[in-house]
Design a protein around this ligand. Structure first.
Ligand SMILES: Cc1ncc(COP(=O)(O)O)c(C=O)c1O
Length: 408
């Protein structure tokens, strides 16, 4: 018998008793909207009038010529309002919150994209909003913190543990347990306890539905392979969903950080260093030590810097349906530079992980084949990190002069 909320042996909802009524309400409401076609209609209408759906599928002609193999297409989730696929999930959860009659939303964020998207949604629908963010991420994503605050959200810097995404998620769960009557936790990815993995993948499935239709229209055939970066798993599952039953190879790319041997990475499924465990309310592969303590992870891309991964992806990895690879920080910056120079595209550092793997494989594919890379977000937010990595002297001088202006 298949247990609800499980994908193979992964998933479940390991919750403190106090949260059970809230999760029951959420599961019931999710079941109701899934069965109600007017919800999906309202969602698509909102996304097409408030965000930029359908997002384009761009033929990357110059990159295709550069590599000389498969035709490269790029799904442009960066063109969503607030600059990433995160908008899909938060707007859908916002519509759900309205139906549940709650007035406050909370969220965790790593790169800050999900925080900005949630603060935007809260402003639009008139909800109070609190965002939890690890102290390390607050520092490296200051522009996003600025926007969250301007949009009216309270941003709480989490100083526990490694001060990154998992710690922000723990803090958000603590808040929820204390305020569940009026508060909804807008979880930002396809991880966490049931029903979040299923619910977030369902909302993000709009990416793959559009991409499948677009590639059939533009290329006249299905892609041979499709690539997406993997943090918690939402943009990957959103793209993969519509191709699951097709003869299409699905490739998830994780953060290789400073390289797998260094152990400073977030490659849960692309390395053999993660083991199965239960944490943050669900069962999946975690990067943990022999005592079950979560290891520190590292990535140049804050949004991929997470110890766990969607239970759905853990299952799809074990069954072999999705292949996983890792891209190092250095490879990511190189791929980003190439995309800027050849196509005028600025993918987020997170998205650039998918570009790395696609660029490695495209030259060996034949010219009749095509591939899709998901550009999950835009890179403008990464200007500080990228400028540092590239070592641009003029940027350094600009920052120094700005600091002098402030001190004057
Ligand atoms: C632009 C972008 N892409 C990808 C991710 C990773 O999240 P997920 O794996 O849920 O798509 C993030 C997370 O913050 C992000 O901001």
């Amino acid at each position: 018998m298949v247990k609800t909320g499980y994908y193979g042996e992964f998933g479940g909802a390991f919750l403190p008793e106090i949260l059970i009524p809230t999760f029951t309400q959420l599961k019931e409401e999710f079941a109701r909207i899934k069965a109600d076609p007017t919800f999906w209609e309202e969602y698509v209408h909102t996304m097409s009038t408030y965000s930029c759906r359908p997002t384009p599928l761009t033929f990357a002609e110059n990159l295709t010529h550069h590599f000389g193999g498969a035709s490269i297409y790029i799904k442009r989730e960066d063109l969503n309002h607030t600059g990433a696929h995160k908008a899909n999930n938060v707007i859908a959860q916002g519509l759900l919150v309205k139906r549940m009659g709650k007035g406050r939303v909370i969220a965790e964020t790593g790169a800050g994209q999900h925080g900005v998207a949630t603060a935007t949604m809260a402003a639009k629908y008139g909800f109070d909003c609190t965002i939890y963010m690890g102290e390390v991420d607050v520092k490296r994503q200051r522009p996003n913190v600025f926007w969250m605050e301007q949009l009216g959200a309270e941003v709480i810097s989490v100083k526990d543990g490694s001060k990154t995404l998992k710690d922000a998620m723990n803090a958000a769960f603590r808040d929820w347990a204390q305020n569940m009557d009026d508060t909804h936790y807008v979880l930002g990815t396809a991880s966490g306890p049931h029903p979040f993995p299923e619910m977030v993948s369902y909302f993000q499935s709009i990416i793959g539905q559009e991409a499948r239709e677009q590639i059939l229209k533009y290329a006249g055939k299905l892609p041979a392979r499709i690539y997406a970066c993997v943090g918690g798993g939402s943009n990957a599952l959103g793209l993969f969903g519509a191709f699951m039953d097709d003869p299409v190879e699905l490739v998830g790319v994780e953060a290789g950080g400073k390289g797998l041997p260094s152990k400073l990475h977030a490659a849960r499924l692309a390395s053999d260093q993660a083991t199965i465990g239960v944490a943050q309310g669900y069962k999946t592969y975690f990067l943990q030590d022999d005592d079950g303590q979560m290891r520190e992870t590292h990535s140049v891309a804050a949004g991929l810097d997470y110890v766990g991964v969607s239970p759905i992806l853990s299952h799809l990895s074990d069954t072999g349906r999705v292949r996983f690879a890792a891209a190092t920080d250095k490879e990511v910056v190189d791929a980003l530079r190439l995309s800027m120079k050849k196509e005028g595209l600025i993918p987020a550092l997170e998205s650039a992980h998918a570009f790395v793997q696609a660029f490695k494989e495209a030259p060996d594919m034949n010219g009749e084949e095509c591939i899709i890379i998901n550009q999950s977000g835009r890179g403008d937010k990464d200007i500080f990190t990228v400028a540092d990595a590239i070592g641009d002297p003029q940027w350094e001088q600009f920052i120094r002069e700005k600091a002098e202006d402030y001190n004057a």
